[in-house]
Design a protein around this ligand. Structure first.
Ligand code: SF4
Length: 682
């Protein structure tokens, strides 16, 4: 509970810590909450309820304010020196006995570029590429597909220019709730001016309210739907022949593949009306400019990479790439999920998405660090958890909460128990911290400076407004001390800016950026040091891969992992506006919990009636991986056969039910299609 901040607050212009929109945010003393300033994205100073509540972390009585160490099975307070001594001894012993690849580093997409850069530098200086961030769990499949086709896995366009689109195709995303300022300030005005919205989602939600066409796809059946749309584009001669001739390879093979696609059969397989699907494809194909947005409904599948490959065929067929008002635009979740990946907290790429096997990139890094990073890719975080207690003996978790966010949570709980030594650096006693041997109290977003990178590739400045509580320390200081303790390298930076400057020398995408240049306006990557400006619309003359052309790819339907027995329903998960991700912050916010205090299972009235479930009943949701108990809400907005929970709560912890089958290319787990039974609680 929080009344007024007990820490001193000196309002400074910063960036909202929640979603990837990147709204400018500052503290309003008179109101006692966050207000928007006219930032590069929220140009009128608009924010959503999460932004208004973001300062609730300041002065929260649950904040971690002293280091904790495990004694006789309990976490007790300890001096900083002792906490770091224990880490140094335990991690040092593990490295000595098993080598550096026996450690794992979870970086944080909720923390700054500078902090994430230092995390991966510590890991790589120590001799391991075992570092990852939770982009693994949200858009790694999107990045994998877009990188292989276009050479880069990021928004092809900017929020500003997509307003020029005649059609928005939104697949597996609910921007009205998950990216409210994008929806209200960029998409809705365009829709009111005549842009057609096609929404592909198993649920009719707040985004659907503004849609012209809703395709309520069955979870796990995006590929047949998108292939059928591609077939309609070809049949109706809505392809861009000039673009195909100049910028696309593989049309002959792709046409042969589509010859075998039956639009009606595919639509029925995907659970949508064939006429609606045809109408959606025609609207997309007839548009002068069509912009696609994609979210976790597409990416969080064991076939997430294939899903996105199927989507990418549509802009290639119709020439909707490389010009304003078009493109494929992944809506990134956490405020710095883009930046955490940009700066190298990925197991196979150095800062700037340079492969760890790229000798030139390694040399550039070595020139700066004095140490060459290892050449063998590390494990992804979703792979690493399966190695806890076997190949991985120690883990450092910085600002993430895998006990709640990873799939198959009961297994994750067992895996965390298997670690010899776990260190958690966070601002609250998270569910993951319950397993820790040492807990380091760090700094909240409101107490730190640095940069974050938003969903349309803008690097933005954060500035501290509040003092640290108790004995908590700056995250960056703690990470640098970790580096000093574990490696022979000096991690002595005179300022946060000095870390950023080093980062711009090893990350070609950020080369030439500076704090002064970013100012209040932001700088977009890929940035040109020569011109002092970033590239807005990617892939205009050439794809970022360097190629003039990109391939069309035939994508076969990949059946879901969980097969449905008679009576089973499909559980899919997602966010609501009032909360964010594991809920570690928003569940503690008085303001936000006042708006939505508990999770509810959304179930169609027909499915409920067959199970004798009434609105408000307690129900058990179960499968072979776990069981949760939750209150049911009956709603016709969800398709029959599918139920919905958020992933914001530790109780009900929806990830007890999700499976950990991984996408073979991106290692993203299957979050969106879990077979469950739903029964009334006796
Ligand atoms: Fe924060 Fe996103 Fe809301 Fe903007 S839209 S205030 S960035 S949560």
């Amino acid at each position: 509970m929080r009344d007024t901040p007990s820490q001193d607050v000196d309002p400074q212009r910063s960036i909202c810590p929640f979603c990837g929109v990147g709204c400018g945010l500052e503290y309003d003393d008179a109101r006692g909450n966050g207000v928007g300033w006219k930032g590069p994205v929220n140009t009128k100073g608009e924010i959503c309820p999460k932004g208004a509540a973001a300062f609730d972390v300041v002065g929260d009585e649950e904040r971690l304010t002293q280091p904790l160490v495990r004694e006789n099975g309990r976490l007790v307070t300890a001096p900083w020196e002792e906490a770091f001594d224990r880490i140094e001894r335990a991690f040092g012993g593990i490295v000595e006995e098993y080598g550096p690849d026996a450690l794992y580093f979870f970086a944080s997409s909720a923390c700054t570029n500078e902090e994430n850069y230092v995390v991966q530098k510590v890991a790589r200086t120590l001799g391991t590429n075992n570092v990852d961030n939770c982009a693994r769990l949200c858009h790694s499949s999107t990045v994998a597909a877009m990188s292989s086709r276009f050479g880069l896995g990021a928004m092809t366009n900017t929020l500003e220019d997509v307003r020029e689109a005649d059609v928005f195709l939104v697949t597996g995303a609910n921007p009205a709730e998950q990216h409210p300022v994008i929806f209200r300030s960029y998409m809705l005005p365009a829709i009111r001016d005549g842009t057609t919205l096609i929404h592909v989602d198993p649920r009719a939600n707040s985004t659907t309210d503004a849609a012209d066409i809703h395709l309520p796809v069955k979870p796990g059946y995006d590929i047949p739907l998108l292939n059928a749309m591609a077939k309609v584009l070809l049949e109706a001669d809505l392809v861009d022949q000039a673009f195909l001739a100049e910028r696309v390879e593989g049309i002959t093979e792709f046409t042969a593949f589509l010859d075998e696609v039956d639009v009606t059969e595919n639509a029925e397989l995907a659970g949508v009306d064939p006429d609606d699907l045809r109408a959606a494809a025609r609207v997309y194909g007839e548009a002068d400019r069509a912009a696609a947005f994609t979210g976790m409904g597409m990416s969080q599948h064991h076939c997430g990479t294939s899903n996105v490959h199927a989507l990418l065929n549509l802009p290639l067929l119709t020439g909707n790439i490389g010009v304003s008002g078009t493109g494929v635009n992944p809506l990134r979740g956490q405020n710095n999920v883009q930046g955490a990946s940009d700066v190298g907290t990925l197991p196979s790429t150095l800062p700037g998405y340079q492969s760890v096997s790229d000798a030139d990139a390694r040399a550039r890094v070595a020139a700066e660090w004095g140490v060459e990073p290892p050449t063998v890719p590390g494990l992804t975080e979703s792979e690493a958890i399966h190695e806890f207690g076997d190949g991985i003996h120690g883990a450092f978790v910085f600002g993430e909460n895998p006990a709640v966010t990873e799939p198959n949570a009961n297994h994750v709980s067992d895996a965390l128990d298997e670690l010899e030594f776990l260190v958690v650096q966070d601002i609250f006693p998270t569910e993951t911290a319950e397993y820790a041997d040492v807990v380091l109290p760090g700094s909240s977003w409101a107490e730190k400076g640095g940069t974050v990178t938003n969903t349309d590739r803008q690097v933005l400045r954060m500035r501290p407004s509040a003092e640290l509580p108790g004995d908590a320390r700056q995250d960056l200081d703690l990470l640098c001390e970790l580096g000093e303790r574990l490696t022979d390298n000096a991690f002595t930076y005179p300022s946060t800016e000095a870390v950023f400057d080093e980062m711009t020398r090893v990350n070609p995408l950020y080369e030439g950026m500076s704090y002064d240049g970013i100012g209040d306006e932001g700088q977009r990557w890929p940035f040109s040091a020569a011109t002092g400006i970033g590239v807005d619309v990617l892939h205009s003359d050439r794809f970022f891969s360097g190629e003039r052309t990109a391939d069309l790819v035939a994508v076969d339907h990949v059946p879901p992992v969980d097969q449905l027995d008679a009576g089973d329903l499909v559980l899919t998960t997602g966010r609501v506006m009032q909360h964010f991700n594991s809920g570690a912050v928003t569940r503690r916010s008085d303001t936000l919990m006042g708006m939505r205090g508990e999770d509810r299972l959304q179930i169609h009235p027909g499915d409920a009636e067959r199970r004798a479930i009434s609105d408000g009943d307690r129900v058990t949701v179960a499968n072979e991986r776990g069981t949760v108990e939750v209150t049911a809400t009956l709603t016709p907005t969800i398709r029959e056969g599918t139920v919905f929970l958020t992933f914001h709560y530790d109780d009900p912890l929806s990830n007890r039910l999700t499976g950990d089958t991984l996408d073979p290319e991106a290692s993203i787990p299957e979050y969106k299609h879990s077979a469950v039974t739903v029964t009334p609680v006796e």
